[in-house]
Write a protein that binds this ligand. Structure first.
Ligand SMILES: [Zn+2]
Ligand SMILES: [Zn+2]
Length: 135
């Protein structure tokens, strides 16, 4: 919006998220990285905004194995993270947003065999990404 010079914390955070859409980060990373003049950012502001973005489905939140922190990753152009499955690299922790349609067959089979339905939004497949496979 033109004429709007005051940057709100939320906008500053979203800027950061967009620039780092492929990487995971913690609330502390944001606190350290986001340094916009005139924006008051403290721990609780960051947490509050991250929680809200998670609820809106723009952000996927997960517990990192071995790291005592909650990590986040931004989802842009993947739709709501509440509606699809994710895969996580067990080495670097990177999150991949999966298209549910790839799993339609498996989902139908699981439902038929076991009588259960997959909750896509809560499912994370563990994997090893290409980058980590090269190492
Ligand atoms: Zn997602
Ligand atoms: Zn990896």
């Amino acid at each position: 919006m033109k004429g709007e010079y005051k940057t709100k914390p939320r906008n500053a955070i979203i800027e950061y998220l967009k620039e780092n859409a492929d990487t995971r980060f913690t609330a502390r990373d944001i606190l350290n990285a986001v340094d916009v003049e005139g924006v008051e950012l403290d721990r609780s502001t960051v947490y509050r905004n991250l929680e809200r973005l998670c609820k809106e489905g723009c952000l996927v939140k997960y517990k990192e194995t071995g790291v005592n922190a909650t990590c986040y990753q931004y989802s842009e152009g993947h739709g709501s993270c509440h509606d699809h499955m994710h895969a996580q690299c067990s080495v670097c922790g990177k999150i991949f947003h999966l298209d549910n349609s790839i799993l339609e067959d498996a989902s139908a089979k699981i439902k038929k065999e076991y009588g259960i339905e997959i909750d896509y939004g809560k499912t994370v497949l563990m994997c090893i990404c290409q980058e980590c496979k090269k190492k």
